[in-house]
Design a protein around this ligand. Structure first.
Ligand code: NDP
Length: 307
């Protein structure tokens, strides 16, 4: 059986299907020149040195849609097919973004604490919150998930605008400048890929433009937001609220962010439901099995789509 290198965890269902077709090796026990396939995930990826050492590598299947931890151009140059799991997680990540949006606007954590602590009984009604209806919401990265977020927000009657590098064929207002978009928005939701082209593009200038009443939601990658600048903006009132699923140094969450009451923090659970993770696991394995069968894959990353 061909040799598969496993990086990161896989579910029992994935293992059962893979064991029928591959000999699975762990990182502490494999011969580099025997490995033809790799299974990994968006967080662990495949580091450049390890990929270079796998001289007979043919395909890399990543569990997750973001593949910024894999050098897909280097893989494509060697004819290695890199796959990911687009689309099957769109709705779940969109739900996570909406959850953070509503939690910030309606002070879900503050009021949950108020009800639990007994303060309601002892001190009376809690302070009013803000309505999440009729807001102007800027989507940074209007791709598969960005569009799902826009769709899922519809019941709150938002005005959706967006910023991407290239204008899309949609009815929403396009901004070619992120600062200009932030200035016109109540909320900015980040849902671009990570990597060099988006590194810290949400910087102090963008957050200042969003302003003291503004809300920043990040379900993309921690690298997209300048975390130190965000902590400063949230602490000094230059930015109103932040709802965050992702962080620069995951799983480390800076103590300063944890201490702030105008944040809602999640441990990178954008797609983390039983149903969606099962669908991602199926597609991750399907890509590998199809590659074994006929050399093709189902969902190549764009850099490898021509292979
Ligand atoms: P898509 O490729 O469909 O969409 C990406 C969008 O980002 C496109 O509209 C693209 O437009 C835009 N974009 C890319 N680079 C830039 C840039 N430098 N500046 C502005 N816009 C940019 O990806 P998905 O929607 O499927 O996924 C997006 C990302 O979401 C993933 O890569 C991953 O990092 C993150 N994610 C997070 C999850 C979580 O658990 N929190 C779960 C799943 C995904 P254009 O090319 O025109 O710029």
């Amino acid at each position: 059986m061909p040799d598969l290198l496993q990086i990161g965890g896989i579910t029992d269902d994935m293992r059962t299907r893979l064991e029928a077709a591959f000999t699975i090796h762990q990182l502490d026990n494999f011969k580099p020149d025997e490995i033809t396939h790799v299974i990994t995930n968006g967080h662990d990826g495949l580091n450049a040195d390890l990929m270079a050492s796998l001289t007979n590598l043919q395909a890399v299947s990543a569990y997750g849609v973001g593949y910024d931890a894999i050098d897909a151009n280097a893989a494509a140059a060697r004819g290695i097919k890199v796959t990911h799991t687009p689309n099957v997680l769109n709705q779940e990540v969109a739900t996570t973004a909406v959850l953070l949006y509503l939690a910030c606007y309606r002070e879900l954590l503050r009021d949950d604490a108020y009800a639990r602590s007994g303060d309601w009984e002892s001190s009376g009604a809690s302070a009013l919150t803000r309505s999440a209806d009729n807001q102007t919401i800027g989507i940074l990265g209007l791709g598969r998930i960005g569009q799902a977020i826009a769709d899922k927000l519809a019941p709150w009657n938002p005005t959706i605008v967006y910023h991407t590098r290239t204008k899309k064929d949609v009815a929403y207002t396009y901004y070619d400048n992120l600062v200009d978009m932030a200035r016109d928005c109540d909320v900015v939701i980040c849902i671009t890929p990570g990597g060099a082209s988006t590194n810290k593009i949400v910087n102090a200038e963008v957050m200042n433009a969003l302003g003291p009443k503004g809300t920043l939601i990040n379900v993309s990658r921690g690298s997209v937001v300048d975390e130190a600048a965000m902590i400063d903006a949230l602490s000094t009132g230059k930015l109103g609220w932040a709802g965050l699923d992702v962080f620069e140094g995951e799983p480390h969450v800076p103590p300063a962010l944890r201490a702030l009451s105008n944040t809602v923090l999640l441990p990178h659970v954008g797609s983390a439901t039983v149903e969606t993770r099962a669908a991602m696991g199926d597609l991750t394995v399907d890509n590998l099995l199809q590659h074994l069968k006929d050399g093709t894959v189902i969902s190549a990353v764009p850099e490898c789509a021509h292979l």
